[in-house]
Design a protein around this ligand. Structure first.
Ligand code: ATP
Ligand code: MG
Length: 581
């Protein structure tokens, strides 16, 4: 028995008309047992709609009005004055030809909390964009036997049980292109910075399968964050995914923002995806980028804490779609997901509202897939596929330093390393509060600048030795000379790794500082004078030997001549400083 055709109209047609329609349908669809069900709906205003086989053909007055409304909305230019408006209206009405489009309509069964359940959308696909009768859009997230679950991407006002929802046949897309640079947009790519409309180059699907191994290239080009501790010990390469993990208020966002500031004039585009952050924090990031004139190469995608879980869920995928546009055109992109813990919570909320059963820690079973399909899209592609890269810095917030919780362990296993921040270090004044022992970068070493790499190995070992001795010797008063020396050396190295906010370091500065510190050339300087000494010394080096530094910056190597110059200049500077005291 086939499903009955549904004829909806304002007034019930007489038997003769019904019979005629039924005969036509039976012939056209070749089903002799075809039934016709008549429903009345005065809101159609006139005409009728016919639903056959899941498709609805709209011949109603309301449908015509909607079509005309769409046509008017999509007319290119916004009319400047009343005269132009009248002209546009007249032209649109004259040119208007109603179409009996075949729409796939569904009916809302229940709606609330940003989730709708609808029936009738038999052919809807996962991730498909659907449109409700009030213009609100939604995304199909759950396919069930006789209904679909939809997450709303807009306002649910005016919608209720019985509201109509229409398939669009396409997935959710966001605008992409250069026009987005310098802008703040929401998770759907609509501007929220009040700087006018964005003329996008194209639209890309929010969800997309990550490229296969054939499209990928190993990481070989460094992505300088300008943070000495990171560039020296957990180097990041273009196309790498490096997790920033730590408790709340440990400087996670600060590291990401510093890295974005350092991309100024390097050609790397930065995308900051704020997920579930306070609107004030997002505004602060924007202010900082603006203040340091870095907004020009940045895009901020914001789904703040006040936005719906649906938008928070989509935001990182939307941001990645924007990044993919640039990657395909050979550009390098740095993308920050701040933060994925809140993303997982948003997804958990959606899943529970969609009545999916909770799993470990109340997260749905597919929460690993949530982040792995996101982070797999960050990579470096070969020339044939555009030759660009997406470097990802996902951020995860831990509770009481517990990295072994579900979400942190998931993301640690997906990424190519992690930068672990610690509250204890942060409050002890060691900022950025990077735990050197637990932070790793699994692929970035291949891309590290030569000059920095040379000293970095020593740095790691010296710090490890220092940490070990520090624990052993904290209660002993008399230490032998060698132990004392190792401790003094370690303290100076830690002092060197302290770095104030928003002051990224150039490669040459990093190379010089690392060299003099690991060579023990600072060991005779009192600890409290280290900062002023290196600042003063670097300033002098920059004025007197700018050519040497420029060479180091260009080649990324600290050669024999440069080393001689640095050593001599430091000796001279130190003796002058000593004489002045
Ligand atoms: P949240 O968990 O709230 O997102 P977070 O871990 O992202 O916090 P931030 O907001 O980056 O932390 O930083 C917290 C505070 O620490 C800020 O007030 C920031 O100014 C300060 N801070 C971060 N890094 C440094 C640094 N290197 N030097 C001095 N202050 C810093
Ligand atoms: Mg933060």
């Amino acid at each position: 028995m086939s499903k009955p055709c549904i004829l909806t109209c304002v007034e019930r047609p007489d038997r003769v008309h019904q019979e005629r329609l039924l005969t036509f349908l039976r012939r056209k669809y070749g089903k002799m047992d075809q039934e016709l069900e008549v429903r009345l709906d005065p809101e159609l205003l006139g005409g009728f709609t016919l639903t056959v086989d899941g498709y609805t053909y709209d011949y109603s007055v309301r449908g015509r009005m909607r079509q005309m409304g769409d046509a008017l909305r999509s007319s290119e230019e916004a009319p400047k004055d009343v005269e132009a408006l009248v002209q546009t209206l007249r032209r649109e009405i004259q040119d208007f030809h109603p179409k009996a489009e075949a729409m796939e309509l569904g009916t809302v069964l229940e709606i609330g909390d940003g989730i709708a359940t609808a029936d009738g959308l038999d052919r809807a696909a996962y991730g498909e964009l659907v449109r409700f009768e009030n213009g609100t859009e939604g995304m199909v997230m759950d396919l069930r036997a006789d209904s679909v679950g939809i997450i709303l991407l807009g306002d649910e006002a005016g919608l209720g049980e019985g509201s109509r929802v229409c398939r669009t046949g396409r997935t959710v897309q966001v605008p992409v292109g250069d026009a987005l640079l310098g802008r703040v947009v929401n998770a759907l790519g609509a501007p929220i910075d009040g700087l006018g409309p964005i003329h996008a180059a194209d639209h890309y699907p929010v969800e997309r399968e990550a490229g296969g191994v054939i499209t990928r290239e190993p990481v070989t080009v460094p992505l300088q964050t300008g943070i000495l501790a990171i560039d020296a010990m957990v180097p990041i390469g273009r196309g790498q995914r490096e997790l920033i993990v730590g408790d709340r208020q440990t400087g996670k966002t600060a590291i990401a923002v510093d890295a974005m500031l350092n991309q100024k004039d390097t050609g790397v585009i930065c995308i900051y995806a704020a997920i579930g952050q306070k609107a004030s924090s997002v505004a602060r990031v924007q202010e900082t980028l603006k203040k340091y004139r870095a907004m020009g190469h940045c895009i901020i995608v914001s789904a703040a804490a006040g936005d719906s879980p649906s938008l928070q869920y989509i935001a990182p995928y939307a941001a990645t779609a924007m990044a993919e546009y640039f990657m395909e055109r050979g550009r390098d992109v740095l993308i920050v997901y701040d933060d994925l813990s809140k993303h997982a919570v948003a997804y958990r909320t959606l899943s529970l509202l969609l009545k999916r059963s909770p799993g470990r820690e109340a997260y749905p079973g597919d929460v690993f897939y949530l982040h792995s399909r996101l982070l797999e899209r960050s990579c470096r592609v070969t020339k044939e596929y555009g030759g660009g890269s997406i470097t990802a810095l996902p951020i995860i917030e831990t509770q009481a330093g517990d990295v072994s919780a579900y979400i942190p362990t998931n993301v640690i296993s997906i990424t190519d390393g992690q930068i672990y921040l610690e509250t204890g270090l942060f409050f002890a004044g060691q900022r950025p509060a990077i735990n050197v022992g637990l932070s790793v970068s699994r692929v970035g070493g291949a891309a590290q600048t030569k000059a920095v790499k040379k000293s970095a190995g020593t740095l790691r070992i010296d710090l490890a030795r220092f940490r070990e001795l520090e624990v052993f010797t904290q209660f002993s008063s008399d230490l032998d000379k060698a132990t004392q020396q190792t401790l003094d050396h370690g303290k100076r190295l830690l002092e060197l790794l302290k770095q104030p906010l928003y002051q990224p370091m150039s490669v040459s500065r990093q190379a010089v500082l690392l060299y003099i510190a690991t060579q023990g050339l600072l060991d005779d300087v009192p600890l409290e004078q280290i900062r002023s000494l290196i600042n003063g010394f670097m300033e002098e080096l920059e004025t007197r030997y700018s050519d040497v530094l420029a060479e180091v910056q260009k080649t990324g190597d600290l050669g024999g001549v440069a080393i001689e110059t640095v050593r001599a200049a430091l000796a001279e500077y130190k003796s002058r400083a000593a004489a002045a005291q």
